[in-house]
Design a protein around this ligand. Structure first.
Ligand code: BG6
Length: 483
């Protein structure tokens, strides 16, 4: 563990994300020695908070118990609050003065991490002022970490990117997709490129189809305002699902490095097949949850329009037309208020060319990477049943990364913070990845925006509308994960 020196300036420091994810993640880095004495955090937002109140919020956010409580107070003493109006140039001068003071006090050496955890419409103006009011330093690095959503379509994303790019070069821009910080998502490359067994099979000659499910049991919760303008396609498919698709279908990079990995991911995303409107209709399903099992429907949620047509579920079939994957259907689905919180990937292999055991049937080989709730990898293989005669059975090979004495999974944000501190952007999305993902999503969104009456419904607690199952049945498949 190398200690890192940095001054964090968190825009949106009073927000939900900061409390739920960022402060706990920073605390874990502190506990583990990535952060020691030479760091400070400035939280900024409009509200007029005192440092004391801010520190109390930070301590509460960490949920520490027992012996850790002592660390909590020391840790929180590095936090300072500055009320701030992002449009007011003078406020940036106050911010600079505080930043300089803390830089000296904690001997930070000029390293600055600007974390933008607020509405993207402010990103441009913040970036501009950070530069013009000299909050960026010449002594150390100046990195911007940017929360989603990065735009709401390609055009707005491009605008946003230019607004930031005018002041920060691509190498200093760290776009968060927290799925890339998850252990099991990072395991995709380990499995694919660390095992010749899988490398050899990982293509359209052996893979029959891929299924990605990111299901949530929660509803829209307190994010109605944002969610109404986004919907599941923008909220989950453009980023998390397409990132997983790129990791599953990219070609082997020349090395395990930021540049090589991102280059191959960009190619994979560029190879996503763009659908015509007719193909969108055929290959994508959108739906909204309706009241069931004691839970209210989406339109009954607070601050949601009675006639909202926002989709809370998407299922689709897509293709990555590169050398190894063209022709392999990739089925995806994600939704809110589904039966379980589960994130998983199923990779189904093709049947044996002939079955010498007929009339006994051979089960399908399926490799599953379970991301959540439990991190595990398992594979279905056919083996012989013990005993006389020769009967086959379908069995599981299981791998639990946490059960062999290795520690529990670090939280995604903790890993991503550590990467950003080390200047490693491998697990952050490059602008071109974002651009290709939006272009793909835009073709779907455009088609949907021109039709009105095709929003399906599904009951809370189910696994989505029937149309989602039909999408696979049509191809003679079914979702392996049934909820
Ligand atoms: C976020 C979405 O990006 O991911 C949320 O905006 C969603 O709507 C969340 O709930 C899911 O993340 P996780 O880590 O809980 O699977």
């Amino acid at each position: 563990v190398t200690e890192q020196r940095a001054l964090f300036i968190i825009f949106g420091g009073t927000g939900d994300l900061a409390k739920r994810k960022l402060y706990p993640a920073l605390f874990n880095l502190y506990r583990k020695g990535f952060l020691k004495e030479n760091f400070a955090v400035i939280g900024t937002a409009r509200r007029p908070w005192t440092d004391e109140h801010f520190q109390e919020v930070v301590r509460d956010a960490i949920h520490a118990e027992g012996a850790l409580l002592k660390d909590t107070s020391r840790f929180a003493s590095h936090f300072y609050y500055q009320s701030h109006n992002v449009n007011d140039t003078e406020h940036y001068t106050t911010l600079r003065n505080l930043a300089e003071k803390l830089d000296q006090k904690y001997e930070i050496g000029g390293n600055r991490m600007f974390y933008l955890a607020m509405s993207p419409r402010f990103f441009g103006t913040i970036a501009k002022h950070l530069k013009s009011q000299k909050i960026v330093t010449a002594a150390g690095y100046n990195r911007v970490i940017i929360e989603k959503p990065f735009g709401r379509d390609f055009a707005s994303a491009e605008e946003l990117n230019e607004a930031i790019g005018r002041y920060f070069p691509e190498k200093d821009v760290f776009r968060i997709d927290h799925y890339l910080g998850k252990e099991m998502v990072q395991n995709i490359l380990a499995v694919r490129f660390g095992n010749n067994l899988f490398r050899a099979l990982w293509n359209n000659r052996y893979i029959d189809n891929i299924q990605i499910t990111l299901s949530e049991s929660l509803g829209v919760e307190e994010r109605a305002g944002y969610y109404e303008t986004a919907g599941a396609l923008r909220d989950m498919v453009q980023n998390h699902i397409l990132q997983i698709v790129s990791l599953l279908t990219m070609n082997m990079p020349a090395s395990y490095s930021e540049t090589d990995i991102r280059r191959e991911k960009i190619y994979a995303l560029k190879s996503l097949r763009k659908y015509t409107p007719e193909e969108v209709e055929k290959n994508f399903v959108r739906a909204q949850y309706k009241a069931a099992n004691g839970q209210r429907g989406y339109r009954e949620e607070e601050k949601i329009a009675d006639d909202s047509s926002t989709e809370t579920f998407v299922a689709g079939k897509l293709f990555v037309d590169n050398e190894n994957f063209s022709g392999v259907p990739i089925y995806i689905r994600t939704g809110k208020r589904l039966s379980q919180k589960t994130s998983r990937i199923d990779i189904a292999f093709k049947a044996m060319p002939t079955n010498i055991f007929a009339p006994q049937r051979l089960g399908q080989n399926v490799l599953t990477i379970n991301i959540e709730p439990e991190g595990k990898i398992f594979m279905q293989i056919n083996v012989k049943k013990i005993g006389q005669g020769f009967t086959l059975k379908n069995s599981h090979l299981d791998f639990f990364p946490t059960s062999n004495g290795e520690s529990t999974f670090p939280e995604a944000y903790e890993k991503l913070f550590a990467d950003a501190l080390a200047g490693d952007a491998t697990n952050f999305t490059h602008w071109e990845e974002v651009a290709h993902s939006w272009k793909f999503v835009d073709t779907i969104r455009d088609t949907w925006d021109k039709q009105n009456d095709v929003l399906e419904e599904y009951p809370c607690g189910s696994m989505g509308p029937q149309a989602s199952d039909k999408l696979l049945e049509r191809d003679g498949c079914k979702w392996f994960y049934q909820g």
